[in-house]
Write a protein that binds this ligand. Structure first.
Ligand code: TPP
Ligand code: MG
Length: 573
């Protein structure tokens, strides 16, 4: 086995995969059996002979009837397979599985692997590989993938022999789903993939992160107990690490105002009196202590510097992460702790219970007033009657139609930034954005993954017209596999998020316009779905109702005002 594992140190010492049953079969059967043991139910792929044994393994899994079979979902671009696997990993917290044929199949999946690394999404990518018995002689698509994928994965390995496959897949799945989660990659030379071998199919138990340092928790509890204006920031790993209940307990029992981001959105439900995301500037700018849980101190959080304007003292910053490697190296920290996030958050609650704390009523009330004022300002925009349509009006119509368990996916620029402002999920694990890698084109893959992972929930894909161009062909996949999704497009005929900043910097813009008013809904109809174009703000609601009622992929293509950009105060650098 050849392997590169830049972050192997994150393998948990107490991985609970215990020896299971010995199995004999071709390498694809062994691989699928191990994936099933790890809870995988779907394989996303695009056909290539190098990976046929994985398909035969999936087909056999349906015939055998040991546990749920592995469903094969074949897509139109490998990026979609890999983004579908990433979304599946994020939503189900079981690694998603993408199977990509050798060479271009694997390289087409690289952006999704990078996105999954940045977002800590558990997924396993399986690559085909030219056969060992031809290596070096010029076989089709003969390329060593490891140097390409190693920098964008947690672990990458070539499993040289059929007998290595079961153990190699078990390692890949175990690493993908242990803190800090992320994508792993394995490939198998074609001759060995078709060969027979023997290996162990593991019995897989629950994986928990490391036990946190109790002294560090006590120090952070001390900081929190003294803080007069604390704010909690809850990010993606709170959900990924199954700590959403512990986080809400801490917020409610200690009455801590909270801001959520990434998959942390919904941990404190939209409308909760302690959710102050809408007062983000006032909260982070006025706090004396900011406790950031399960998300990096990156550009989305001002690189971990809060307040300090007009000669004021900047806030103390505490960073809490699911594993030591995630703790910020650049921010000045007043405290930090790494480990299983439920243990950390419950540990903090226990340490704080009964501790004397300052009266924070004024602080909380002032943030709640700011939230209320922001909501009142939002209400104006949400009801905007402007012609062309203001993008906010789309959310004014959409948000009241969303059920509490709706999965909302964003793929676009400004249009999706508006969603971040106006959609406050009621439950965690219901919001998918690209995360800090910010890759356009994940949308159709994420929608396919979400539709399968949450069969009875609404699935809404928000698309910029630019973003849609990367993956709209995969509506074909939705149609072929009977996966209805509501797609809502903010069609401003531009790469809006780039057009505005270029105007600002240069006074003009180039390479920022798209064809005017393209009927993307007709593209969806041509592929077997349905849709309509909307230009009148008063027609948006009825169009959305038709979309939710349609038992097919349906695109509501709303022509929006290109001169209504998202009011942005950071460009991510
Ligand atoms: C793969 C990729 N290419 C380019 C970008 C740069 N980019 C970020 S936002 C954006 C504009 C998106 O346009 P659209 O989807 O139409 O949304 P809008 O901003 O117009 O609402 C671009 C090109 C990116 N993030 N990812
Ligand atoms: Mg656009």
């Amino acid at each position: 086995m050849t392997t590169t594992s830049p972050d192997d140190s994150s393998a948990p010492a107490d991985a609970t995969a215990i020896p299971g049953t010995e199995r004999h079969g071709h390498a694809g059967e062994l691989a699928v059996a191990v994936a099933q043991a790890h809870g995988v139910e779907t394989m996303f792929t695009l056909s290539g002979a190098h990976v046929f044994p994985m398909y035969d393994g999936a087909v056999k899994s349906q015939e055998e009837g040991n546990g749920p079979p592995v469903r094969l979902v074949d897509v139109r671009h490998e990026q979609t397979a890999a983004f579908a696997a990433e979304a599946t990993g994020k939503l189900t917290r079981v690694p998603g599985l993408a199977v990509l044929t050798a060479g271009p199949g694997v390289t087409n999946g690289v952006s999704a692997m990078a996105q999954a690394t940045f977002a800590g999404s558990p997924m396993v990518v399986v690559g085909g590989r030219a056969p060992n018995n031809r290596w070096g002689t010029g076989a089709l698509q003969e390329i060593d993938h490891l140097p390409i994928v190693a920098p964008v994965t947690k672990h990458a390995a070539t499993l040289m022999r059929a007998d290595d496959v079961a153990a190699g897949f078990d390692t890949a799945f175990t690493l993908a789903r242990s803190s800090h989660r992320g994508p792993t990659y394995v490939d198998v030379p074609m001759d060995e993939f078709f060969n027979v071998g023997t290996g162990q199919v593991p019995v897989v138990g629950e994986l928990r992160g490391a036990a946190p340092d109790t002294d560090a928790i006590a120090r952070i509890a001390g900081l929190l107990a003294r803080a007069e204006r604390p704010v909690l920031v809850l990010g993606t790993d709170v959900w990924a690490d199954h700590a959403e209940d512990a986080a809400l307990r801490l917020v409610e029992e200690m009455r801590l105002p909270a801001i959520t981001n990434g998959m942390g959105r919904g941990v404190v439900p939209g409308g909760h009196p302690l959710l102050v995301t809408k007062a983000r500037g006032a909260a982070l700018g006025g706090a004396d202590l900011v406790v950031v849980v399960g998300t990096p101190l990156d550009f989305r959080l001002g690189y971990g510097v809060f307040g300090g304007k007009d000669g004021a003292q900047p806030a103390g910053v505490v960073h809490i992460a699911d594993s030591a490697g995630q703790l910020s190296q650049h921010a000045a920290l007043a405290g930090s702790v790494a480990g299983d996030l439920t243990a950390v958050l419950d540990g903090l609650l226990e340490a704080l219970a009964g501790a004397a704390q300052p009266n924070r009523t004024d602080w909380i009330t002032s943030l709640q007033d700011t939230v209320a004022a922001a909501a009142a300002r939002d209400a104006q925009l949400l009801g905007a009657e402007a012609d062309p349509v203001h993008p906010a009006r789309i959310y004014g119509e959409l948000v009241p139609r969303l059920a509490d368990d709706a999965v909302v996916i964003g793929d676009g620029g400004d249009f999706v930034s508006f969603a971040g402002k106006f959609v406050e999920p009621k439950r965690p694990g219901c919001w998918l954005d690209p995360g800090p890698y910010g890759c356009l084109g994940a949308g159709l893959g994420a929608a396919i993954g979400a539709r399968i992972a949450r069969p009875s929930s609404q699935v809404v894909l928000l698309l910029g017209d630019g973003a849609a161009g990367f993956s709209l062909m995969d509506v074909d996949t939705l149609v072929r596999h009977g996966l209805p999704v509501v797609m809502v497009m903010g069609n401003n005929s531009a790469w809006g998020l780039e057009k505005g900043p270029m105007q600002l910097l240069y006074g003009y813009d180039v390479a920022a316009d798209l064809a005017p008013r393209t009927a993307y809904d007709q593209v969806v109809s041509a592929l077997g779905g349905a849709g309509e174009t909307v230009t009148d703000p008063r027609q948006i609601g009825a169009a959305l109702d038709r979309a939710f009622a349609a038992d097919a992929p349906y695109l509501v293509n709303v022509i929006t005002d290109v001169d209504a950009p998202y009011p942005r105060n950071t460009f991510g650098i």
